[in-house]
Ligand binder design. Structure first.
Ligand SMILES: NC(=O)c1ccc[n+]([C@@H]2O[C@H](COP(=O)([O-])OP(=O)(O)OC[C@H]3O[C@@H](n4cnc5c(N)ncnc54)[C@H](OP(=O)(O)O)[C@@H]3O)[C@@H](O)[C@H]2O)c1
Length: 214
């Protein structure tokens, strides 16, 4: 049976997956690149950017699960583009002509547009739908493979709150952002439904996994 998973979603100690304000110049707001520095040194990251080398330790071992067995992604409108991207008919996401998804990718937005087919197997589909409807469509597109909820925090916490997510991998980075988009909001007692494990690595981050109890 196909599962719904979150991978490599980086949060601050206080649970923010991005700072504010989000903009074209600063997609993560005042967080800058600090949430992702742990990943930039991994082989996983280098391979995605056609660079050689990179660390092959625990951060990498967890990071590479991101693409394994994934047949579709769901993301939020604020991950796909900066505020107001819907007013730019040429906006095709941040990632250039060959985005790193390589699957059907469903963008949740209240202002949907026609699908955009990119190089490398990524097609962006724009949906104004509930999280459950989005997961249903993504599962149909993924076939026997799993669906990844790619973020941001709003879309992840909405999907968890709706009981749709089987496995969550968060990477807690030792910074306090104080403001931004928070992954924990509204998820009181999440621990009642999931087995939680925490693994700290030498880069200074703590990987948190939540696996739904059956
Ligand atoms: N920390 C990480 O690892 C990581 C990973 C990915 C992204 N990010 C960052 O996270 C930030 C985005 O997170 P976010 O929490 O602000 O926003 P988000 O989850 O990306 O998107 C939320 C937006 O998506 C649309 N949306 C959500 N649910 C919908 C539904 N059911 N139907 C229709 N539209 C729906 C709405 O936008 P509209 O009303 O405008 O359509 C909503 O405001 C960005 O800065 C991004 O770069 C961080």
């Amino acid at each position: 049976m196909s599962h719904v998973r979150v991978h490599n979603f980086a949060i601050s100690l206080d649970g923010y997956g991005s700072g504010e304000p989000q903009s074209r110049e600063e997609p993560f707001g005042h967080a800058g690149e600090r949430l992702h520095e742990w990943m930039f040194t991994t082989r996983f990251w280098n391979e995605m950017h056609d660079d050689p080398g990179g660390s092959e330790g625990a951060d990498n071992a967890l990071a590479i699960r991101h693409g394994q067995g994934i047949g579709a992604e769901i993301m939020g409108s604020n991950k796909f583009g900066p505020p107001g991207w819907q007013d730019d008919p040429d906006w095709k996401g941040w990632w250039g002509p060959n985005p790193p998804f390589h699957t059907p990718t469903f963008v949740l937005t209240h202002r949907p547009r026609e699908p955009i087919e990119m190089e490398g197997g990524t097609t962006f589909h724009f949906l104004d739908a509930s999280p459950a409807e989005a997961v249903e469509q993504a599962k149909a597109a993924a076939g026997d493979l799993d669906v990844r909820i790619g973020g941001g925090a709003t879309v992840i916490r909405d999907a968890i709150a709706a009981g749709l997510v089987d496995h969550v991998h968060l990477v807690q980075v030792p910074i306090v952002l104080g403001r931004g988009s928070n992954v924990w909001e509204g998820l009181e007692a999440l621990e009642d439904g999931y087995d939680i494990e925490a693994t700290s690595t030498s880069s200074g981050v703590t990987h948190l996994t939540f696996t739904r109890r059956r």
